[in-house]
Design a binder for this molecule. Structure first.
Ligand SMILES: *Cc1c(COP(=O)(O)O)cnc(C)c1O
Length: 820
């Protein structure tokens, strides 16, 4: 691996430096949680909307990191006496400049891919097809942002023979920067969907912006059938060579389909020659991705024969990493994304993050890695180095290359020639309290291993998209003033979606507080390693000492609770403890009202060890316009009561009253903090189209049977059939949280992109769907609610609210978390 002295790097980018002890740098890192090789890393203190890397420097210094890029706001150089600093105006730009300079040292072909969909797939397929014919560097995962692109380009070296990078933008003026970093000589635009964010005025503005990526290219590749793209590129770049594909006459690579059934047979006519191809992909998106990939291979000089004989290598690209509950208290991270060393490194980081707070040791199940341009031995010694750094204590290595190089590995390692050999030699009892990463090339069929280690309940599950959750959180945050704090309510198992996993994401998003309903919920979070302040909304007297022990902060809502909490503090001789005062302004549930505030004040005066952190109230109708007058009344009453309390204790406290709906509807009453709950899950009274779907409740068809007309389905002979029907059995019932009132045609599920009504009564563990004419198959996925069947609709038909539907999903349903 190449390394550079910090002084040299600072010269590349014209940064100021403070060098105390110059060191060689191999890695760049922007994430304080995942620095592995502290001595050789340069930590770049990126200031994000929420996280500021500068805040982590002191901690990283303690962990042995010695090289930092900071901006002028950093003042504490004296606290890091042995560290070296590059000081720049803006660290994102500093990172970009570093990558730009590194790019210039590499002379190889560089392909850049942009477009609305398919970037990652085309990039991965190119890599799969190029195989070991060239030393290739590509973006890990979909690192295509202002930060992701420079981190990817940094990996180009003088030995690289091909670079393939994605470029994505979300607002105007971003592409020129990415262009100047990647400096591609070959460009691909996949397509221009309408899906993207609102930051562009029009489709054509977005397109104009995207194709800025091709400014310095010698060849641009795209689909000639897309008139918008074709026009714009010809207009903007009349002199650049274009290689276009499509069915229209002006396409240079003429595509014609010979047949499609199980496979797609097609011919491409290029430079006067016709070549036949055949692929197992038959859907439109995959065809488009294949044609972009093949066109690029032609441009790179690969022969039609090479492409034909390697086309079968193209395997689906899994975009997600799945987190599952494993047997014997293990957690499993299943990543079949691709197999190279940089993605292995990312997956191990994800594993660390997810196992934080548990005492599980780290285990890796790994297949041979096919990395172009390195010998098996080089690959193995790099893997060994990485595993040592990331603290992997047990390795199960599958494949001949790994087995041949067994001596490279310095941890507890076992070697198997194939997946089947592994499966017949290990048992579930070999795994206990471990965080296990399962990472294999597709041909190794590691899904068999996952299946063997997965804790099986049944196949009905709740999928939680953590990226979407963060997007929603940030959408709500975009409505807040800069200093408004955020408390996230994670009560009731985080609205049914899982406590620790959600709290862990929120902690990393740097929210200020968590709120739970009961002490037990808070204890569970503390045991899992969550260190954010936590407010308990319903503190019970019998658990006060547990609360103190776990540093949980009570909501005090009545004189009685104040008095008994005072007693608990006194008995443990605690001299100061944070508390939160709940005021009732109209809910008539918990809280002090106008009449008893004076008594409260007397107690606060007497027991000054009650440190009032915040005073809050709750709106009773924040989502309905009809109650706006009442909400105003609540705000006014709140102001008056808070003033009395602040006067008594003679200082300001944090005030908060808004829940999710309130944040959107009363942004002028955000006070010092807001309490977000259901909004994180994509439910909002207004602007709901700007929120993303987070939760998908799904099951599958376990069986399909033909039932003749006139028969009935299920208990009490309710579902009477008017026609010969195909009936699908789905293993989800009311014990899973599927409300029984949805039976008998009231509810439906999504099968094969179509609605299939529930027939008959819903049973405890299963239900039946009418899939007549839907081309449904056994084993097929069924969506109960999610992106297509909105939970709001289900709630409406049940005459309830999404909150009840979410929290009604039983704990026996497996929760699966993923990042896109
Ligand atoms: C649950 C809860 C919230 C969050 O409400 P949402 O409507 O889900 O945003 C806020 N404050 C209190 C006191 C709560 O109990």
């Amino acid at each position: 691996m190449e390394s550079y002295q910090l002084l040299e790097l600072s010269e590349w980018i014209d940064g100021k430096v403070i060098i105390n002890n110059d060191q060689s740098i191999r890695y760049l890192s922007i994430d304080s949680r995942t620095i592995a090789d502290a001595a050789n890393a340069l930590f770049i203190a990126i200031r994000g909307e929420r996280n500021d890397g500068h805040h982590f420097i002191a901690k990283l210094y303690e962990l042995g990191v010695r090289n930092f890029m900071v901006d002028h706001t950093f003042l504490y150089f004296h606290k890091c006496k042995e560290a070296n600093f590059i000081i720049v105006d803006n660290c994102v730009e500093g990172l970009q400049s570093l990558a730009r300079a590194k790019r210039l040292k590499s002379k190889c072909d560089v392909v850049a891919i942009t477009g609305s969909n398919g970037k990652t797939v085309v990039k991965e397929w190119l890599a799969q097809m190029v195989g070991s014919s060239r030393r290739l560097v590509r973006s890990p995962k979909s690192y295509n942002s202002q930060v992701g692109v420079p981190l990817s380009v940094w990996n180009l070296t003088e030995q690289s023979q091909l670079g393939v990078f994605e470029a994505g933008i979300s607002e105007p003026n971003e592409m020129s920067k990415l262009e100047s970093i990647i400096q591609p000589n070959i460009g691909i635009i996949t397509n221009i969907g309408s899906a993207h964010r609102e930051n562009f005025e029009s489709q054509s503005q977005k397109l104009k912006e995207k194709i800025k990526l091709f400014k310095g290219c010698s060849t641009i590749i795209y689909c000639a059938d897309d008139a918008l793209i074709d026009d714009e590129i010809n207009k903007t770049y009349p002199l650049i060579n274009k290689v276009t594909w499509g069915t229209s006459d002006n396409a240079q690579i003429k595509v014609s389909t010979k047949s499609v059934d199980d496979r797609w047979s097609f011919s491409l006519t290029y430079k006067g020659e016709e070549y036949l191809f055949d692929s197992s992909y038959t859907d439109a998106a995959s065809k488009e991705n294949l044609l972009n990939t093949i066109s690029c291979l032609f441009v790179l000089g690969y022969s039609a024969e090479y492409i034909q004989s390697n086309l079968a290598k193209v395997v689906p690209v899994a975009m997600r990493m799945e987190l599952k509950e494993g047997i014997n208290n293990c957690i499993l991270v299943n990543d079949s994304y691709n197999s190279d060393i940089s993605s292995l490194s990312l997956s191990l980081d994800f594993l660390s993050q997810q196992s934080k707070g548990t005492n599980s040791s780290k285990t890796l199940i790994l297949s041979d890695i096919y990395q172009s341009g390195l010998t098996d031995e080089e690959i193995c010694s790099r893997i060994n180095e990485l595993l040592l750094k990331k603290g992997v204590s047990k390795l199960y290595a599958v494949g001949e290359a790994l087995s041949r190089n067994a001596t490279c590995f310095q941890m507890n390692a076992r070697f198997y020639n194939s997946t089947d050999v592994l499966l017949s030699n290990v048992t579930q009892n070999d795994f206990n309290n471990e965080a296990i990463l399962i990472k294999g090339s597709r041909s190794f069929e590691f899904e068999k291993i996952t299946a063997a280690l997965e804790q099986k309940h049944h196949e009905t599950r709740l999928e939680i998209n953590l990226n979407a959750l963060v997007d929603n959180l940030n959408f709500y945050r975009s409505k807040l003033h800069k200093n408004t704090k955020v408390l996230a309510m994670v009560k009731a198992f985080s609205y049914g979606s899982g406590s620790f996993e959600i709290a862990n994401v929120l902690e990393h998003q740097k929210i200020d507080y968590l709120g739970v309903a009961f002490v037990d919920e808070g204890v569970e979070l503390r045991k899992a390693g969550i260190s954010l302040p936590i407010i308990v909304m319903n503190p019970e007297e019998k658990s006060f000492s547990t609360m103190l022990h776990y540093n949980l902060e009570p909501e005090l809502y009545s004189i009685k609770v104040v008095k008994s909490f005072v007693a608990a503090l006194q008995s443990e001789a605690i001299t100061e403890y944070p508390v939160h005062i709940k005021i009732d302004t109209g809910m008539n549930r918990l809280g002090f009202n106008n009449e008893d505030v004076w008594l409260l004040n007397a107690l606060l005066k007497e027991y000054s060890f009650l440190k009032v952190q915040s005073v809050f109230s709750h709106l009773s109708g924040s989502d309905y316009e009809a109650f706006d007058d009442f909400s105003m009344h609540q705000f006014n009453l709140f102001d008056a009561l808070v003033a009395k309390i602040e006067k008594t204790i003679n200082r300001k406290v944090d005030k908060h009253i808004l829940n999710s709906a309130g944040i959107l509807r009363f942004p002028n009453h955000q006070y010092d903090m807001v309490r977000i709950g259901i909004g994180m899950y994509g439910i909002g009274p207004i602007e709901s189209h700007k929120l993303s779907n987070v939760i998908k409740f799904r099951s599958y068809i376990s069986q399909i049977r033909k039932v003749p007309k006139g028969q009935t389905i299920g208990y009490n002979r309710q579902g009477k059939l008017d026609y010969d029907s195909d009936i699908a059995i789905v293993p989800v019932g009311y014990a899973d949280g599927l409300d029984r009132h949805l039976g008998n045609g009231k509810g439906a599920m999504l099968v094969n992109a179509q609605l299939a009504p529930i027939v008959g009564n819903i049973c405890m563990d299963m239900c039946m769907l009418d899939v007549t004419g839907l081309d449904a198959n056994e084993g097929q996925e069924v969506e109960i609610f999610g992106p297509n069947i909105r939970v709001e609709e289900i709630a409406k038909s049940l005459d309830t609210i999404p909150y009840e539907v979410f929290t009604g999903i039983s704990r026996r349903v497996n929760r699966v978390y993923y990042y896109e």
